[in-house]
Write a protein that binds this ligand. Structure first.
Ligand SMILES: Nc1ncnc2c1ncn2[C@@H]1O[C@H](COP(=O)(O)OP(=O)(O)OP(=O)(O)O)[C@@H](O)[C@H]1O
Ligand SMILES: [Mg+2]
Length: 300
């Protein structure tokens, strides 16, 4: 069977400016893959290319055995940074249903349910059950916590039985227990439903134990491989073009030290825990294994 995603000599540009180029990668069906890299490196751009929303500016791209656009109907997609204002009255279950019949969303179901709408309702219930959101799916989505909203959005992406799930920073703005819970949920979907999962992550650690592969974008390039083949000092130093250190804590967490892009807030880091600001990096904090807890506040 063909690969889930294959890029060969691929390049991406936005607004005429190159984002990355010379990318070769091959993701097998059923794999759980993280897409990592600093802000602006082109992670969301990669998803746009896989979805056929943006054509590659060079090279070849194949998705589920065909050109990206043709595969779009078989992909569930959760865009970056979606959350609902507290005043949003739409129920969670309606948001999931939107994934099935977006254009008809908002219309009340007919009093006498047709067979197809009964099947749709059963499918919506099934994915809500799968993500563990049954207890709150009838509540207005704006009144739910970020983690609860995220589960319902994952259910929305799953409701058409996709062969592949593209999730753009689904763990962003969740607290650590919710990051772990949503990561475990996504892994379960990947393994039990055989869905290929491509997940853009800011912090690789909550999913590190589940990953088959990572794709790391930085410095206008992208590399792929097993997590510990890519998140290595030599590989990342080469990619960034400057010295990078990778610290592994006793509990197996990976901390990348020295990424040149780091700014003053939690969103600017090299795809995972980092300690790249001067002074923040040093061994004591990393070894304490509490760096992430101390640094990462929910941002949303
Ligand atoms: N619609 C657009 N038009 C022009 N440039 C764009 C557009 N969208 C993104 N870019 C630029 O393309 C580059 C890659 O953006 P992209 O959104 O893919 O980065 P990212 O890795 O997903 O970053 P983040 O971690 O902040 O989400 C950035 O320099 C960005 O400014
Ligand atoms: Mg992005």
């Amino acid at each position: 069977m063909s690969e889930a995603i294959a890029l060969s000599g691929a390049a991406a540009s936005r607004g005429g400016a190159p984002v990355w180029s010379g990318v070769d990668l091959s993701i097998a069906r059923g794999e759980f893959v993280a897409v990592l890299g600093p802000n602006g490196a082109g992670k969301s751009t990669f998803l746009d290319i896989v979805l056929g929303l943006l054509p590659a500016s060079a090279g070849r791209v194949s998705v589920l055995g065909e050109a990206p656009r043709g595969a779009r109907g078989r992909i569930g997609y959760l865009p970056q940074r979606r959350s609902f204002d507290a005043s949003t009255r739409v129920r969670g279950i309606d948001v999931v249903r939107l994934g099935l019949d977006g254009a008809r969303w908002g219309l009340p179901l007919p009093a006498a349910l047709s067979a197809s709408s009964r099947a749709a309702a059963a499918k919506v219930d099934e994915v809500i059950e799968l993500v563990g959101a049954a207890a709150y799916a009838d509540r207005p989505i704006g009144t739910l916590s970020g983690g609860e909203q995220q589960r319902l959005l994952i259910a929305q992406a799953l409701v058409r039985d996709p062969q592949m799930l593209l999730l753009d920073e689904p763990l962003d703005s969740l607290d650590l227990p919710n990051q772990a819970a949503v990561a475990a949920l996504v892994q379960r979907i990947c393994r039990t439903q055989g869905v290929t999962v491509v997940l853009v992550a800011h912090d690789v650690n909550p999913i590190l134990g589940y990953l088959d592969r990572v794709v790391y974008f930085a410095g206008g390039r992208g590399v792929e491989g097993a997590p510990r083949e890519v998140i290595r000092a030599d590989v990342l130093s080469e990619l960034y073009g400057s010295p990078i250190e990778v610290v592994e804590t006793k509990s197996g967490r990976l901390i990348v030290v020295g990424t040149p892009d780091a700014g003053g807030h939690g969103g600017d880091c090299g795809g995972h825990d980092h300690a790249s600001d001067a002074g923040a990096a040093q061994g004591g904090r990393a070894a304490a294994d509490g760096l992430t807890v101390a640094e990462r506040e929910p941002t949303g």
